[in-house]
Design a protein around this ligand. Structure first.
Ligand code: FES
Length: 85
């Protein structure tokens, strides 16, 4: 089962599930939830390969930055992902 670690706190999530709800419970702010506003940017400190691929909204907002993701747009696929708020 994939594991999301946010600032040291661990959460087990089903494969291929959105991370938004878990991030919200951990204090990540959300606004549009559609990948437009950038409110939900999180830094991925390890395990980026275990998240879904950048979608168009993330590519548009984050550009070439590949250490950050929009938490409202990505899903955890497998393994371990560490996030920093
Ligand atoms: S909440 Fe607006 S981009 Fe994620």
């Amino acid at each position: 089962m994939p594991k999301l670690v946010i600032e040291g706190e661990e959460f087990d999530l089903p494969e291929n599930s959105p991370i938004m709800e878990t991030c919200e419970q951990s204090g990540v702010p959300f606004a549009c939830t559609e990948g437009v506003c950038g409110t939900c940017v999180v830094e991925v400190t390890s395990g980026m390969e275990n998240l879904s691929e950048f979608n168009q909204a993330e590519a548009d907002f984050l550009g070439e930055c590949h250490r950050e993701r929009l938490a409202c747009q990505c899903r955890i696929l497998k393994g371990l992902v560490h996030l920093k708020l």
